[in-house]
Each structure stands twice: as structure tokens, then as C-alpha cells.
Design a protein. Structure first.
Length: 696
């Protein structure tokens, strides 16, 4: 007789992935297994809806390829051949390899992590404390959003913006450098509601995305020219007196210098730079200046070029010029993460650094990981990197200039530990792979960069197999290394309880206990956050002119900087590689997450590249043909889709595939570069010239 099964239980969770929506989830658990994950209908931003990817989260958690025990390498690096070992042996092995390096040259140890989880506990808490206690090299975590964050910081004082829910009251929405149908679903729901109410939606994007298809207008500018368009808009707004002088005088700094800078960008010049019609520029500026209920949903695609930080500064200036901030349905949203009162000092404990605060270990930019791992070490660089610990990231797939990244990871004298759910491209190069829990199996605290709630994630199920939470793994490493500071052994509950500054007015009346009980808390913020100024800059104003930038020896005003790789920036290179390439996220992937989930990968199909009919004709490329995309850094193959979704002179490769799951074992980062943005030291993934030819 079969034993009776336990009734289904339900648990609350939070989507941990790098997406502005930060959805609340309901997890159905039966017999200790997560059987269903849905959006929580009670959470106002989520409204019961998850994207296609995260609705498959139970499939990902219980995937047959899930790593369930520690693994030690037995083959060559990159082969992915391992033997299973126990946790005691794994931690002992890690300590044996790391201890001599830490004693001799702690900066030869390097962490590498990013946003595989956006959680404050499982991200940089015990992990950061561990590396600080060792005195290891620091990692400049700038691969995704640093240029935009810097642009906002110099203009508004932090990553601040309007509330997502009020977009539905806007009369004009500019969706700039964003494809929210694929990457910001709940904003798109608000934008559609605004459209039903009569709002005009304009997409500004080199590529006619799924979102652009559903907007009233699509402005297909050249990649990396967004600042020129914004400055020309400012030019027209000022010339035609479509500005709010009272707001400018009371709440901004540097109007006259900005006016002079914008005078250098008449619409005709910007149109030539952007590859669009002059009248398009004029009409866009007039439309934006015609209503204060004008909003901009800015996203990170447009800042992944040389001038990305300046472009964000120029675009962020627009609502302060027109007084759109006076309305709750006016303004701009790139990120709202700065509203959350995160207690970073308590989480990361920089005071554990041996030389704190007078002396800090060296800082290595994560976008240059290829060069860093191949550097032999010298007085300027510091010691050669001898040990690397990777968590919450898959750099062999996602980091730029991939040939160098793979070559660095292939070093036999580099000791590499990877914390992972699956045997990714990066895990294949590890000496030791440690199985980590997924979001359904551990405790965490989350903020959002797309709405203004903070949230609690409560484990729905026990850790699958012998997997352990990141925090548990780093506690184990600290113990094995003989480290003794109590901060390294705090529990997840203790960390979570101190992850936010509960005495901040935005969290008045809240505590960790109430957050756990309720699942989320909305921050107490004004509906129109800058209606009366109150920016977080030193002046308290929107700083068109930044004295901080001036003191750093940088241009204090926003300007257009031609892409490194363009006819304007590098004409000789453009003669050899005449096509610009961008690699935005595929709808069914999230960076490199979910690529191994068969139901999602089968929907995505195979790697493909969109190319304009004129460019295809010039190269005798037929629709559906396998092509080679290449430059001096490397090459990849994909199936060509001949379509006018890509503007002429542009190719678009939706990404990011695991290399091992691509037919030719390569992905778009074979051709991207390690060059950095103007502000923030961010990646320039979309500042990339290539040529395309039929594969032979």
C-alpha cells in the first residue's frame, strides 16, 4: 500500500536574478520538492505575473544536471572532467592551496562575482568579509551598470528615479535603450496601460525590438550616439523655450554652461551623428517639451559604449529642464536602487581589511579579467593572480574578449574555485567546484532597481543534495583557513537582520521581523521624488555642471564621445570591420542563466544574428545561412536572419549562449573588447565593430 503524500505547502520567495522587476514568488512545495513557482498576486509590482524564464524556476532547481556534491578536477582545464568528493575533503583541499598564497601574497587571491543572485546575504556578505580578512585583491564590479550609475551619481547624487507604477499616468513615454518585453515585463505592463489611456510610446534603439514593434514610433539611431541625440533635444528645448525656468533656477546647477554645450549640437549635426532625419530630432524634443507628464524609461543597453556615462548624464538632464519632475508621472527611471537604505558597511565589513582604512588592496576591473589573468605580475600591477574564487557569475561566457578570458582560466598554475548550480563554461576550468543552493533553498534580503520595495526570501525547501548556501561555503572556507574573526561566522539570520538601515525614514516602522512576516515593505518616499528638488548631490540640485567631475579632471558637462569602434572614432578599423554589433539579451535567457534549461533553450532555438537586407546583399548572405562574425579579437558562427529589424550597418546577436551549448563552441563575447566606459569603468559590449561573411 502506497504511503499517503503530504498536502502541498506554499512559501514566499523573491526572484534573485539581474532584472529590475525583482518579483515576489509563491512556491508550491510537495513532499519536500518545489513543484510550481508563480508570481505573487498580492505584491503590487509583481501582480501575480512572472516572466517565462522564472516561471520555470522549479525546473531549474530540480534540473537533472544540478550540481549536488563537491567536485575536484581530474582532467585538463576546460575539459570539465571531475571526481566527486565530500565537503570535508573539498574544504581541506581549498585551504591547502590557498593558505600558502595568502601567507606569501594575499593580493594574488582574487574574487570574481556579480549578480548571479541580487541578494544582499548570498551576494557580498560573508564572501566579502572572507576576502577582506585575507587582504585579497578587490574586484571592481562594473560589468553591467557602472557607467549609468556614475552618470546618475554625478547628476542626481545616486541611482534614483521615478516610481514604476506612475508611468501608466504619463502622456509620453520614451523607452530609451530598453526592450522591456524581454527584460522589464512589469514596466511594460504599465506602459501598455498608459498607451490605452492615450499616451504616446517612442522607442529609441538601434534595433527594432519586440518592444519597438509595439510603440507608436521607433527611432533607430546608430549605437553609441545617444548623447548626441539628447544634447540636440536640449538644444531645441532651450531654443524654442520649452523649458521650466522656475524649476531650473530653483533646483538645478549649471544651466548656462549646459546651454552653451547644447548649442554645439544643433539638430542637423545630431542627425548626421545618429544616422536619422533632422526632423525626427526636432519633433522628439518638441514632443518631450509639450507636456510635463513626460517620462523616460532608460535602460543599460545605451550605456555599454565608450560615452555611456555622459549619455546618461545628458538624458537625465531632460526632465529637470522641462520641470517634468513636478509630476509623479514625469521624470526618468534608470535605476531606483539608491532609494533602498542598504547597510553596506555591516554587510561587507571593510574594517576586516588588514590595512583599513589607510591602505587598501589593489583593485582589478572585472571587465579586464582576461588581461588580469594573463599578466605575469610586476611593480605596477602587483603580484600575479595565483588563485581565483568565482561565485554568482560565469565569466568564461559573459566577460568580454573571451579568447583572453579562456586563456587566462586555462593556466595550469592558477588555482580556481567555482561556486555553482551547474557545470557552466567557467566550471569546466575549475580545480574545485562547490555546489551552491538556489533561491528556493536559502535565506536572503533583496532591494530592487526597478521598484521601491525591499523584500525577504524565505527558503521553501531544504538544500538539494549536498549543496550549500554561498554564506555556508565561505564560512567553511574561513574555518578551514584558520580564520577566527566572529564576523566570518555570523548566521544568515544575523546578517539579514542588519542588511538594511532600519532607522532610515524610508523604513519607518519596519524591522527584519516584520519584513519576514509580510514578505515585503514599500519604502516611504514622495510620489514625485524631486518635485521640490532634494537631489542627493552636494548642492542638493540636479547638477548639469558637476564640480566633482571637474575636480577629477573630467569634463564637468555631458558631451557626446564617439564610440571607440566607429567610423568617427576609428576610421581605419571601420574600413576593415564596417558593421557595428550589439548583443542584447535573448528573451528566453537572462545573461547566461537559464541557457541550460531545455524548455527555454529549445524556444530560443540556436545562436542567430540579425542583419539588414542591404548588408546581407552586399555580402551575398542568404536568410538562414550560417555566417561567421569576426574581428581581430575572435570570431563566432550563427545563423543569419536577414531583416530590417537591424538598421543598415548594424548586426544584432541576441545573447548570451553558454559556449558549450553553441554549435561552434563560441558566443558573442569572442568579438567584444575589454575597453572601458568614460565614467564608472563599465564594459563596452556594444562598442564593437565586426565583419560578417558566409561560413565555409
Amino acid at each position: 500500500m502506497n504511503a499517503p503524500t503530504a498536502p502541498a505547502e506554499f512559501a514566499r520567495a523573491v526572484c534573485p536574478h539581474d532584472c529590475p522587476d525583482t518579483c515576489a514568488m509563491r512556491v508550491t512545495v510537495k513532499d519536500g520538492k518545489a513543484v510550481k513557482v508563480t508570481g505573487d498576486p498580492d505584491h503590487p509590482p509583481t501582480q501575480g505575473v512572472l516572466c517565462t524564464k522564472v516561471s520555470r524556476y522549479a525546473e531549474r532547481t530540480h534540473h537533472r544536471d544540478r550540481l549536488l556534491t563537491p567536485l575536484r578536477r581530474i582532467g585538463c582545464k576546460g575539459e570539465g572532467r571531475f571526481e566527486a568528493i565530500g565537503w570535508d575533503e573539498a574544504l581541506r583541499y581549498a585551504a591547502e592551496r590557498l593558505k600558502p598564497i595568502a601567507a606569501r601574497a594575499p593580493e594574488a587571491i582574487l574574487p570574481y562575482s556579480y549578480a548571479g543572485t541580487m541578494g544582499l546575504v548570498q551576494g557580498e556578505s560573508i564572501a566579502a568579509r572572507f576576502f577582506n580578512a585575507l587582504g585579497a585583491s578587490r574586484l571592481d564590479r562594473t560589468i553591467c551598470a557602472a557607467a549609468g550609475a556614475a552618470g546618475l551619481r554625478y547628476t542626481y547624487g545616486a541611482s534614483l528615479g521615478m516610481h514604476t507604477e506612475y508611468f501608466e499616468e504619463s502622456e509620453l513615454i520614451l523607452i530609451w535603450g530598453s526592450n522591456p518585453i524581454a527584460s522589464n515585463l512589469h514596466f511594460w505592463t504599465r506602459a501598455q496601460e498608459a498607451k490605452r489611456r492615450g499616451a504616446k510610446l517612442i522607442a529609441i534603439d538601434p534595433y527594432r525590438s519586440l518592444t519597438a514593434d509595439k510603440c507608436h514610433q521607433h527611432i533607430a539611431l546608430r549605437p553609441g550616439t545617444d548623447a548626441a541625440l539628447a544634447l540636440a533635444m536640449i538644444h531645441v528645448l532651450i531654443r524654442e523655450n520649452l523649458i521650466d525656468r522656475d524649476y531650473i533656477d530653483a533646483h538645478t546647477l549649471g544651466f548656462e554652461p549646459l546651454k552653451a554645450r547644447a548649442a554645439e549640437y544643433p539638430p542637423a549635426r545630431a542627425a548626421q551623428i545618429c544616422g536619422i532625419e533632422e526632423q525626427v530630432v526636432v519633433d522628439l524634443a518638441r514632443a518631450f517639451g509639450a507636456t510635463r507628464k513626460a517620462s523616460i524609461r532608460l535602460n543599460y543597453g545605451m550605456q555599454r559604449v565608450r560615452g555611456g556615462g555622459n549619455a546618461v548624464r545628458a538624458i537625465a538632464s531632460l526632465p529637470s529642464l522641462t520641470g517634468a519632475w513636478r509630476e509623479r508621472s514625469g521624470g526618468v527611471l534608470l535605476s531606483s536602487s539608491g532609494w533602498a537604505p542598504v547597510n553596506s558597511g555591516a554587510l561587507e565589513r571593510q574594517d576586516l581589511l588588514p590595512g583599513w582604512p589607510s591602505k587598501l588592496p589593489r583593485l582589478i576591473n572585472m571587465n579586464a579579467i582576461g588581461d588580469a589573468l594573463l599578466h605575469p605580475g610586476d611593480a605596477a600591477f602587483g603580484p600575479k593572480v595565483e588563485a581565483l574564487i568565482v561565485y554568482n557569475s560565469n565569466p568564461v561566457a559573459v566577460a568580454p574578449d573571451s579568447e583572453k578570458v579562456a586563456a587566462g582560466f586555462a593556466r595550469e598554475d592558477l588555482f580556481t574555485i567555482v561556486l555553482e548550480h551547474f557545470q557552466t563554461d567557467t566550471a569546466d576550468y575549475a580545480d574545485l567546484v562547490l555546489p551552491a543552493t538556489t533561491q528556493l533553498e536559502h535565506l536572503d534580503v533583496h532591494k530592487s532597481y526597478g521598484h521601491t520595495h525591499v523584500m525577504a526570501n524565505i527558503p521553501a525547501i531544504a538544500p538539494v543534495g549536498d549543496s550549500r548556501a554561498n554564506t555556508d561555503i565561505f564560512r567553511g572556507l574561513a574555518r578551514a583557513m584558520g580564520l577566527t574573526h566572529p564576523a566570518l561566522f555570523e548566521t544568515d539570520e544575523q546578517i539579514a537582520a542588519n542588511a538594511l538601515r532600519w532607522d532610515d525614514p524610508a523604513l519607518a516602522g519596519q524591522s527584519w521581523e516584520t519584513l519576514k512576516a509580510n514578505g515585503w515593505a514599500q519604502l516611504k518616499l514622495p510620489e514625485a521624488p524631486f518635485a521640490n528638488g532634494g537631489f542627493r548631490t552636494p548642492s542638493g540640485k540636479c547638477e548639469f555642471y558637476s564640480e566633482r567631475l571637474e575636480k577629477e579632471g573630467r569634463d564637468p558637462l555631458p558631451d557626446y564621445l564617439p564610440p571607440y569602434e566607429s567610423a568617427d572614432g576609428a576610421p581605419e578599423l571601420a574600413a576593415r570591420f564596417p558593421l557595428a554589433m550589439i548583443s542584447p539579451p535573448a528573451r528566453n535567457f537572462l545573461n547566461s542563466s537559464f541557457v541550460n534549461v531545455e524548455s527555454l533553450r529549445s524556444t530560443e532555438g540556436e545562436p542567430h544574428v540579425d542583419i539588414h537586407p542591404a548588408d546581407a546583399h552586399a555580402r551575398q548572405i542568404a536568410d538562414g545561412e550560417i555566417v561567421r562574425i569576426y574581428n581581430d579579437r575572435g570570431s563566432m558562427q550563427a545563423r543569419a536572419r536577414v531583416t530590417d529589424r537591424a538598421r543598415e550597418g548594424l548586426v544584432v546577436g541576441l545573447s548570451i549562449w553558454w559556449k558549450k551549448l553553441a554549435p561552434d563552441g563560441r558566443n558573442a563575447n569572442q568579438v567584444t573588447s575589454q575597453a572601458l566606459t568614460d565614467l564608472g569603468g563599465s564594459a563596452t559590449f556594444y562598442d564593437c565593430l565586426v565583419e560578417v561573411e558566409a561560413a565555409h
